[in-house]
Design a protein around this ligand. Sequence first.
Ligand code: ADP
Length: 637
Amino acid sequence: MKQTAEPLDILQQYWGHPAFRPLQEDIIRSVLDGRDTLALLPTGGGKSVCYQVPALCREGLCIVVSPLIALMKDQVQNLQSRGIAAAAIFSGMSRRAIDIVFENASNGAYKLLYLSPERLKTELAIARIQRMQVNLLAVDEAHCVSQWGYDFRPSYLQIADLRELLPAVPLLALTATATRDVVEDIQEKLLFRKKNVLRQSFVRPNLSYSVLYEAKKREKLLDILRNVPGTGIVYVRSRGEAKEVAQFLSANKLSAGFYHAGLSPEDRNTRQEAWMAGETRVIVCTNAFGMGIDKPDVRVVVHLHLPDSLEAYFQEAGRGGRDGRKSYATLLYTPADADGLRFHLQAAYPAFEQVRQVYQALGSYTQLAVGAGLGESFDFDLPFFCTTYKLDTAPTHAALRLLEQEGWIALSDALATPARAWVKATREVLYDYQIRNKQADTVLKVLLRAYPGIHADFTDISEANIANYAKMDAAAVQKTLENAQKEGILIYEPRSEKPQIIFTRERVTAENLTIDQAKFHFRKQRAEERVEQAIQYAETRRCRSRQLLAYFGEPDSEPCGICDVCTGRNKSDLPAEIFESMEKKIRDVLRDEPLPFDEILRAFALKRHETVAQVIAYLLDEGKLLKDETDKLYVKK
Ligand code: ADP
């Protein structure tokens, strides 16, 4: 497709950035040359520009596959605010709304069209995409296509079909997290015509990683937050814990809020905004927090527990220090964390009988007949579902994930879709309707005044706000809008608070439900390996940065010089001065000849023995001390 502008001009014109970041330009060049490209950039590295700029350099539009509805919406808003035409299609939208966006896209109304992956397969999508002038296919979070990765989503495999539909269109896959295997697998699954990986090093030179063995985690957390001024994120494991820890910090006079996926969308928004604006200093959260958040001055990220993969840890910890200033990523660890992770992993891979039971319940819940349901979506309230069918939440959730991975259903992310409306009637028709209908008159007046763009396109609205202005209750507003829709005045999609479940295959009887056992075991085994690697990270005293980089396929990095290991802090977090003076004395003791462990200890006061033993263990780990064949210790020359 014809190139109509230069990338740098586009970047300056629409984004106001003076120059590309390292690698962005190479990626864009590669794409514009028509090559399939896999780009690995760390979080915050500026991935979106890599497909948005080439989309604007050419005629036609770029289709972006992205897994998270909330992120998609942010991106669309962000683009629109820069004067770039963009739209998104995701589950939860009405068929009508989807139809309109597709129609507009075929007519060349957008430069970027975001699609959630489970929307790819529908006939409507296939028919419409064929009519579009597509200049690029971008796949965000591309690791989701790999069963080897930590966030496999089967709907991503359908991207391959899309490629067949658009044989001449280059593909740009983007991810911030992929081990070597996953890098290979992504290119294979996305049908790369030729292998082509552009990778930016994942080194974070200003981020100091530490792992501290701590039984009293909350006290230690206080200590850290008192010593490191500035904004912080604290990751915890559960919603309840998020609240408790935030309260604990507040009780200790630290400004803290909490965040998790169980809060209402308004609540989440308010809390996130308060933290972004610096009104709340510390946000205590589950892993639901952070995607798409771009706050450069986070000084410290503390994990109260070890996450179940280094992918997750690296991404979460990596939210610190985006501005390039010194920042800290600290993991508070006890061996009990390892037990907990191993235990949870078993629960995450439930027995087949349990999966069948959940599937059966799902059939009753949705009241779908056997053989029906393909492509249909339903509001889904997990707690309600579990209560109704007397199921335990955690294994049920695991069973649903498994059903998703096996391609039976798809789960939308839990984020709510706000209500939207589009006033389609001409002014005359509208006026006439308002005269005939008193209540509608009030609501429509508020609607038109509060949302000036609502004549032109779908606009997010809030029934509660309208109700407030119109001095009526929200249910009445909803009713009025529904009536107006029936009269053809507007298109109205009420808010859907609940996450959705989509049947990606028609319903079958529980006996006919099948699961690919080999794949199941394969994924379980990979998950076990990831957990073991995470534990190994916490328990191995080697430069943290080097461990992480090696995991992500950079085996030859330099010691970072700033992690707990490099700076010689040990398990009990000895102050550097004490550690260094002990190390010096141990070296002195061993200057003339190798000595057994006990004899080294004897050179120190009894009360120091424990610490000395720790320092020796550390020096052994680091290879600074060695053992001879009789187990005597000597200093490495
Ligand atoms: P990622 O998706 O890799 O996490 P984003 O695409 O959200 O990152 O970009 C992160 C931030 O970097 C954004 O605020 C973006 O505007 C900014 N950014 C991207 N490219 C550049 C650039 N060339 N110059 C300056 N800032 C940039």
